[in-house]
Design a protein around this ligand. Structure first.
Ligand code: MF3
Ligand code: CO
Length: 291
């Protein structure tokens, strides 16, 4: 804090409450940890109540888009059709698709089927068929605020092996959510995700992780889902980030398709699944604000 706030002054967060009743304790704790050398997130990325409210509106659009996809997806649908839906439903809400032109990404959404780990590019010649598992990863900009979540869809009836992968990957994400506890290191979350995957005979992708989100598409911190307990930045109330582990049925190794520069595959060709939520760290745990 450059300017010292009086205890009876309005809090810096804009809540309207007096500083002593609002973020005074937070600031003390934050500064103590900082002085002790703990890795802390840049304070600019800690969301104020009004930012949280605005980001939640973006999340509402993102989730409405995924709901629409879930109601219409099925065998015979092309991934380009999904891209068209995402474009149209997002526009209908007065929002913008964050992926389009992001670092040159050519479409509105990522569609990742079977051995595609993430960043699959929608394509009119890729028609969904019975037995496919697909991740649809939607990211929205609404009134300059960003939201991000993704879901898996099983097309028709899928093999018990793939169904289990999809289920366990969701459980991994949930194990991570349980470990989002304020004033503890984010590595505890990633390590819980990884443990559950490994216990089930799977592996978690290492090179690609999650991220802070809200004011930008991808903010600090970079989030690992194979991290060590006790490592990484301290989670503090107001921090916002994604939990989006990519879980492979086989080895964790991946490669990026050189012909398009985007599509990430498992090296061994085994299927991969991913679920993504955005969480807001609260005083007592976290709130899942986008799923
Ligand atoms: N939505 C992805 C994420 O979860 C990012 C995709 S980048 C894109 O972070 F350019 F491929 F869209
Ligand atoms: Co993300």
């Amino acid at each position: 804090m450059a300017v010292k706030i009086g205890r009876n002054d309005p809090c810096w967060c804009g809540s309207g409450a007096k500083y002593k009743k609002c973020h005074e304790q937070f600031d003390r704790r934050y500064e103590e940890l900082e002085l002790s050398g703990a890795p802390m997130l840049d304070r600019k990325l800690i969301k104020t109540p009004s930012q949280v409210a605005a980001i939640k509106e973006s999340c509402a659009v993102n989730m409405a888009v995924l709901d629409y996809v879930g109601e219409h997806i099925g065998p015979g649908i092309s991934t380009q059709q999904i891209d068209d839906w995402v474009r149209d439903i997002t526009a209908r809400h007065g929002a913008v698709c964050a992926p389009l032109n992001y670092n040159g990404f050519p479409k509105h959404v990522c569609t990742s089927i079977d051995d595609v780990v993430c960043h699959g590019i929608p394509d009119s010649s890729r028609i969904l068929k019975e037995g496919d598992i697909i991740n649809v990863d939607v990211s929205t900009i609404y009134h300059v605020y960003f939201s991000d979540s993704s879901r898996m869809y099983c097309i028709g009836s899928v093999s018990p092996e793939k169904e289990r992968l999809v289920r366990v990957t969701k459980e991994c994400m949930e194990k991570g959510i349980e470990k989002v506890i304020p004033w503890t290191p984010i590595g505890n979350m990633g390590s819980a995700v990884n443990r559950h995957a490994v216990e089930n005979g799977y592996s978690v992708v290492r090179e690609i992780g999650g991220h802070g989100v809200g004011l930008e598409f991808h903010e600090d911190p970079w989030v690992s889902y194979t991290s060590e307990e006790g490592s990484g930045v301290i989670m503090v109330p107001g921090m916002m980030f994604t939990i989006e582990p990519m879980v492979n049925m086989g080895s964790h190794e991946i490669y990026t398709d050189e012909s398009d520069g985007w599509t990430v595959h498992t090296r061994d060709g085994s299927p991969s699944a991913q679920w993504e939520v955005t969480v807001l760290v609260t005083e007592t745990g976290c709130e899942v604000i986008c799923w």
